[in-house]
Design a protein around this ligand. Sequence first.
Ligand SMILES: Cc1cc2nc3c(=O)[nH]c(=O)nc-3n(C[C@H](O)[C@H](O)[C@H](O)COP(=O)(O)O)c2cc1C
Length: 223
Amino acid sequence: MNANKEELRNQILSVHKRRFATKAFDSEKKISAEDWAVILEAGRLSPSSFGYEPWKFLLIENEAVKDGLNEIAWGAQNSLKGASHFLIVLARKNLTGNSTHVKHMVEDVFGVPYSETAPQTVFFNQFQKNDFQLTDERSLFDWASKQTYITMANMMTTAAFLDIDSCPIEGFNKEAVEQYLSSQNIVNLDTFGVSYMAGFGYRAQDIPVKKRQALSDIYEVVE
Ligand SMILES: Cc1cc2nc3c(=O)[nH]c(=O)nc-3n(C[C@H](O)[C@H](O)[C@H](O)COP(=O)(O)O)c2cc1C
């Protein structure tokens, strides 16, 4: 039992050391449908505030759209060129207790009645306004976007477990990418904004050694 646990600990750490922001992908190697389904499922199962899942995942397969993105997403060029799967993750705009998405989540996903005056709706609205000061469009978007980054981490770690490489991407002009995706009728900007992009595939480079601050520099026990 203990030996297995030790093995598991080592395996988890080796997966985290093995994951790295891949700069060169082998465009000939494709992720299998089975592996991709597991990576996506890790994103879908990610936690979110109040369970409202303020996200949407776009797998970009269209080459013309990739070409369009290439000009406005400098940090994505390596992934656009070689990654097997290129993802754009969207975050919901203006998500409050009164939005149709919350009503949908409560009724259709949680399976309980929804009302704007129900205690949980009122509590959620108060949390947003009083505890987190989520009172304007930008702060609400950033709050939703923060949550989408949990899916990023889970999907990349899951990929690494499957020996699949990945690259998280923030290297793009948000406004330009959003306008482009809207012009192609891919994203409705009333509902969603772009949170992050990510490439998944197989590396055409060695795995670099991790460079990180010492634990003692970033971890403190408050007794
Ligand atoms: C939010 C975020 C945005 C990033 N954006 C880019 C990007 O646009 N292009 C890129 O090549 N790498 C990007 N990276 C990768 C980081 O540079 C990389 O994770 C960091 O240097 C640590 O290296 P490692 O992930 O290989 O351990 C991003 C990482 C994060 C977490």
